[in-house]
Design a binder for this molecule. Sequence first.
Ligand SMILES: *Cc1c(COP(=O)(O)O)cnc(C)c1O
Length: 422
Amino acid sequence: MKDLETKYLYPKNPKKIKYPIYPYIQQLSDYKVFKSNYISGHRENRLKTKLESLYKNSEILLTNSGTSALKMGLVCLDIKPNDEVMFTNFNCPNIIDAVLSIGATPVFVDIEEDFSLSFEDIKKKVNDKTKAIISTHVYGLKENLKIYDWAKKKNIYIVDDGAQAMFTLQNNKFVGGHGDIGILSFGFTKPLSSIGGGALIVNNKSLIGRLPKVPIETEEEVYIDYKNYFRSWVLCRLNTFYIPSKLNKVWYRLFKMPETYLSKTEAFPRNIRLIEIKRMNRLREELILKQFYRYKKIRDYNIANYQEMNNNLKCLVRYGIKLIHLDKGESPNYYTLIFPNEHQRYECSEYLAGKGIQTCWNYIPLDEIPIYSKYKSNTKNANTVWGRVLSVPFKYPLVSKDIQYISLQLKNYIGKSTLLNI
Ligand SMILES: *Cc1c(COP(=O)(O)O)cnc(C)c1O
């Protein structure tokens, strides 16, 4: 029974978060973008041009979110009601909401041990109705490009979802640039962390004429997202001080971040989200561009921190813990350990919380969320691995000293837990 309870609880949040899992890189000084003469003083399409230099030979269309870029992409691929779209259930709800919003049928496929889509399972589940496959590059990792070649021969479209994997290079091309279309997201949990926004990357030129006409979002909408980002930044700072838990609850309510105190089941979406596709306002474009310049060096920091953590933790392998080794070109969005059992994962996340280290468990498989459970399909790996994954902070602005601290705490937990088991 205990296992069942802990399985659906969020990792306990530290009372005082020394190491947040998503560090907000401050965007506060960027308020100048909202001043009346800022936009008129700059050229148009600066972010679009920047992205087109990363994705040569592709057309970029900027949107108000990654989910709306995905929905726009699916419309562009002419996916119709009752067509089937495949993707892994080890995923965030945004993907399934985009698929459902155009009336298509989601088909869950399994993942391999390296978190890439299972070619074998795709071949098992493919049929005449299969129109597209969305690959999500879990944690920022590579996908199996053999699936892309196979799909092309079968006239099945590939959506290269780079929301988690912007800056990961595969075959000398940035993720998002493979397949027929790709998408990016600029939400705060993503590699290029900003106030939100998205990009549709049209790689298959024959699709450009099919792009639907959509309105541009208002300045007010951008301002609301900027304010939310600002608020979360303040909250993140505040959490580095100890706040008595009663007061803390009030803070979370006040800042509308209740999910940190609820169990997974309570935080489940109750409804399928409506997705309004809008083109990106220039204000948002300028804000994201400013983050883009900051991120050049952040990518290298993140990779170095990741390697250092892996190096520190390699001794844990003999306790049955699996580490993910980066392949050449990979730019990770999470540092994730895979425990031998669910109980240890839960206990470790609790232990780390006591040391001020916030953790997260990505992802609860979509078919375990009641509103999507009717699409349940045989996806054994995804449904068994999720109870054992634990992501720990590793990103910039953490430095070597912080990585040492986090890895030491992980090792301490393992030391304690194995001692007890003997
Ligand atoms: C976050 C995410 C999206 C959606 O992006 P938003 O900007 O949050 O709408 C799409 N795909 C993946 C893999 C994601 O992680």
